[in-house]
Design a protein around this ligand. Structure first.
Ligand SMILES: CC(C)(COP(=O)(O)OP(=O)(O)OC[C@H]1O[C@@H](n2cnc3c(N)ncnc32)[C@H](O)[C@@H]1OP(=O)(O)O)[C@@H](O)C(=O)NCCC(=O)NCCS
Length: 391
């Protein structure tokens, strides 16, 4: 057995082959199916990039139009999904609502258990069209209901659904972030999706595993944490002292560091440039100035560079997107990458079943309960629930 126990978090371990995304800091930076993310972010649409991830090639004009029609056609939530989601408590985390929404979509889809390439692409298309609708339904009151813009792009629709704003230039900023969020090799959520898919569980199961995994603050949750931090800091003059105090307390400053990208996150470079230009265009420099000071302080103090989440939070604050939607927005984009990985996994599948290096007690004799002495604790600290619903 090959042992990787000394590699906490499987750092640096290749867990399989993939033709979807290449991260090579020394050679080409970050590429989706051989295309540099810099080129895709500046020149492609999110729809083209999602198509590239799923199908392996950039679409022709005709192919793109046909796929956009499919996305438009799928752009509604079948009954009773809206009715069921309206029963979700208002206090629910939006990521949990998205996860539940995807489960419901799976239950309603007659193709759910068909693992063919064609069926999986159809399901991926429906998810890309419908996740923004689940998100908008989850965060709107009944009075404040937006429908998708007819023939709008994914980014235009998302901006409109979440803020009521119709603005092509602002939608382009959101679109760049969607392109950069769409895929990143064997990150934790994608790996979770592939493990699920490797059992021949259906695509919806893979995506729900992925959403649950992305929620964590060490992964997708970081973009919301960055915005909350910027709001708390309030003014550029306070930014440096805030970072120094956080580091003194040995806290992690959200939006910095990356398991794989140790030199520079090319996505962050792009978002920094976009955040600066957008701040200048809007005449609102406060968030950007604050972020730049924090960035510089983190480099000086820890040698750590910002990741994609850091300057994306500046752009999202400027676009007036509600902070609680940031990680769910990440879902609406990364779903393209997750589905591409599920399709790739099932095209050449073997169930993922690694081994563990056992570090527990050695073999011991079973003692009947009447012969065991008490260790002074009662169970694992279980107390009856307060909530009568749970009783
Ligand atoms: C992304 C992340 C989870 C990578 O973790 P990792 O590869 O396991 O890195 P480690 O946890 O081993 O950190 C290595 C060192 O850098 C420090 N470090 C890493 N990220 C840090 C951060 N954001 N703020 C302060 N210190 C940080 C650690 O404290 C550690 O220092 P030490 O060696 O003195 O103990 C980590 O950098 C992090 O928590 N970042 C903040 C959350 C975030 O932005 N996530 C989005 C990722 S795209």
């Amino acid at each position: 057995m090959v042992t990787v126990a000394n590699k906490a978090g499987l750092e640096g371990i290749s867990a399989g082959e993939s033709a979807i995304c290449q991260i090579d800091e020394e050679k080409g930076g970050l590429q989706y199916r051989g295309y540099r993310v810099e080129d895709l972010a500046e020149q492609a649409s999110f729809e083209e990039v999602a198509y590239l991830l799923l199908m392996g090639e950039l679409p022709s004009h005709q192919e793109l139009q046909a796929w956009k029609r499919e996305l438009d056609y799928a752009g509604f939530l079948p009954d009773p999904i809206p009715q069921v989601l309206r029963l979700v408590p208002a206090t629910a985390h939006l990521m949990d609502t998205l996860r539940t929404g995807v489960s419901l979509l799976g239950m309603m889809d007659s193709e759910a258990n068909n693992p063919s390439f064609e069926a999986n692409v159809h399901k991926a298309t429906r998810l890309i069209a419908r996740l923004p609708l689940i998100l908008s339904l989850a965060c709107q009151s009944k009075q404040d209901k937006h429908q998708p813009i007819s023939a709008g792009t994914c980014a235009e629709n998302l901006l409109y659904l979440l803020t009521g704003t119709r603005d092509k230039a602002k939608a382009k900023e959101l679109e760049v972030s969607l392109i950069l969020y769409a895929e990143h090799e064997f990150n934790a959520s994608t790996f979770a999706a592939r493990v699920t898919a490797s059992t021949w569980a259906d695509l919806y199961g893979g995506v729900t595993s992925a959403i649950a995994t992305l929620k964590g603050p060490s992964h997708g949750g970081a973009n919301e944490a960055v915005a909350e931090m910027l709001v708390k800091i309030e003014r550029p003059e306070k930014a440096k002292a805030w970072v120094l105090a956080a580091l003194d307390r040995k806290e992690r400053v959200m939006g910095f560091g990356h398991r794989v990208l140790k030199l520079e996150d090319p996505r962050s470079v792009i978002m920094k440039r976009r955040a600066k230009a957008l701040s200048e265009n809007m005449g609102e420099m406060r968030w950007y100035e604050m972020a730049e000071i924090m960035d510089q302080t983190m480099q000086e103090e820890k040698g750590l560079l910002p990741n994609l989440d850091f300057y994306t939070a500046v752009v999202y604050l400027l676009l007036k997107l509600p902070i609680k939607t940031y990680t769910p927005i990440f879902v609406t984009s990364r779903v393209a990458g997750w589905c591409a990985h599920i399709i790739e996994q099932q095209a050449n599948n073997r169930i993922m079943r690694p081994r563990a290096t056992y570090i527990g007690p050695p073999t011991r004799e079973y003692l009947p309960i009447q012969h065991r002495s008490s260790r002074g604790t009662i169970g694992p600290g279980i107390s009856p629930p307060d909530d009568p619903v749970l009783n």
